[in-house]
Design a protein around this ligand. Structure first.
Ligand code: 5IU
Length: 468
């Protein structure tokens, strides 16, 4: 890249807050010392024009008939390119249209035409691949994608596997190097940039797996019987939806399980929020789990010494070990807690443990290092641990099940720091397996219709992933 370009770009993006340094929680739930969000450029016409010009320098050598931006930030950029260079534009619908023609690509095109993809920032290339998949499905050909900033986290390689070429105006390293020589950068930020450049930036985000295996294929790798059962159940029922049944009355819980149960692979309980608990409730819930073929997950998040969690799991009022197909625990207390839970399993019942590796709540304290250690811990107990509660896929090993909470189509979050992403982001971008949805269903006007919607969205995204 032209050096003066990178200086201009770095400086302008920094000035408008499109690049920031500090402590940020990414969409994936991971913490990051750098935050890049190019949306503010839409309010800076000069910068927007310059960015479109820089992208054009890369795009002009590609052969194409149509141009399509990845929603959303790349849409205005692509519009600029289209207007300046007379390029017919297409647009990908991010949300599925439920009426009219249901087409995913808007605009005028013919089968066999070549479409160039434009993106602002590429990380693993997940969004570009999603856009490309819809374009190709509509009969067009994709050969190239042009991106303004390549974060150098596997995007180029992931696109290459699909035979697409990624052309980047500049890399994140170019931007950081340029900022180091800029007078506008604060002393604190300069310190962070120096550290980032020393670490060669490539964080621990694994590139998208070359080909996602199906649930059936992955079941063969599991030692835990509930993991095997869940993989088989999902494939058979065509559902990767878990309902977070956060209600406080037993009657309501059973009514929900009966109504929504047919849509679910898992029903998640917080049994300690039920105000009228009695042993009959869990018997009735188990009967409904058999009737509608879903598994019961008690979201107890054990987090104490081995001796205590044994009692919490098997004793007390709830006798969780007798009825829950799966439970979860924070990894914080270490291996002896897992050992304790494993020993306290009921002899009458198979069960599995999910470790909380990442959380959806903003500013949570689970660092990248903590997450990595959690994965290492899971490996020590692979007969009991079946996977993770997480915000993204964490390992290339196929046996782990990734369940993701914080899923809502509205994405708005709540006033207590819950952070939401959509089912498509959860399954395709963050590469998880099961979406956990609570209020998205419970607070909907028609909870059953909402559950069907989430079920379809989750399953379609899974199918798309295994066919990519
Ligand atoms: N839950 C999260 N985030 C997490 C973990 C658990 O939301 O990181 I670990 C639980 C809390 C609640 C459900 O029971 O998942 C999400 O409910 P809503 O979809 O209503 O936000």
């Amino acid at each position: 890249m032209n050096g003066s370009h990178s200086h201009y770009l770095a400086e302008e993006l920094y000035k408008i807050g499109a690049i920031q340094f500090g402590q940020f929680t990414l969409k994936s739930g991971q913490m990051s010392p750098i935050y890049i969000n190019l949306r503010p450029i839409i309010s800076c016409p000069n910068l927007l024009r310059s960015i479109a010009d820089m992208l054009w320098e890369k795009a002009r050598s590609c052969q194409f008939d149509r141009v399509c931006g990845v929603p959303y930030t790349a849409l205005p950029i692509t519009t600029c390119l289209s207007l300046h260079h007379d390029l017919p534009m297409l647009m990908r619908r991010k949300e599925k249209k439920s009426y009219g023609t249901k087409q995913k690509i808007e605009g005028i095109f013919h089968e066999g035409q070549r479409c160039l993809i434009i993106e602002d920032v590429a990380t693993t290339g997940g969004s570009i691949l999603e856009t490309a998949a819809d374009i190709v499905e509509s009969g067009l050909i994709v050969n190239d994608a042009v991106v303004l900033i390549d974060r150098e986290q596997g995007g180029g390689a992931n696109l290459k596997e699909k035979k697409y070429t990624l052309h980047a105006v500049c890399t994140l390293t170019d931007i950081l190097n340029a900022l180091m020589t800029s007078a506008t950068v604060t002393k604190e930020d300069r310190k962070i940039i120096t550290q980032l450049l020393e670490q060669t930036i490539t964080h621990s985000i694994p590139p998208l797996s070359p080909q996602s295996k199906s649930f059936t294929e992955r079941a063969a790798f599991c030692s835990n019987p509930i993991a095997k059962k869940l993989f088989a159940l999902m494939e058979h029922k065509k559902s990767n939806l878990a309902l977070s049944a956060d209600v406080t009355s037993g009657k309501e819980l059973l009514a929900l399980a009966d109504k929504i149960g047919p849509e679910l692979c898992v029903l998640k309980t917080h049994i300690d929020i039920i105000e009228d608990f009695n042993a009959r409730l869990v018997q009735d819930l188990q009967a409904l789990s058999e009737k509608h073929h879903f598994l019961i997950f008690e979201d107890r998040k054990f987090s104490d010494i081995g001796h205590t969690v044994q009692q919490q799991y098997a004793k007390g009022v709830y006798h969780i070990a007798e009825w829950a197909d799966m439970i979860n625990a924070h990894a914080l207390p270490g291996p002896h807690m897992i050992q304790g839970l494993s020993e306290a399993r009921s002899s009458n019942k198979q069960s599995g443990l999910l470790l909380v590796a990442q959380m959806s709540s903003q500013d949570n304290l689970l660092s990248t290092e903590y997450t990595e250690k959690t994965v290492a811990l899971a490996k020590q107990f692979s007969d009991f641990v079946m996977g993770f509660i997480t915000q993204k896929k964490l390992s290339a090993e196929p046996q782990w099940i990734y369940m993701i909470p914080g899923v809502h189509v509205a994405q708005e979050g709540d006033h207590l720091g819950q952070h939401y992403i959509t089912p498509e982001q959860a399954i395709l971008e963050n590469d998880c397996d099961i979406i956990i949805v609570g209020r998205g269903i419970l607070k909907a006007q028609d909870p059953l219709a909402a559950a069907k919607h989430y079920r379809n969205a989750g399953w379609e995204a899974y199918q798309k992933k295994v066919s990519l």
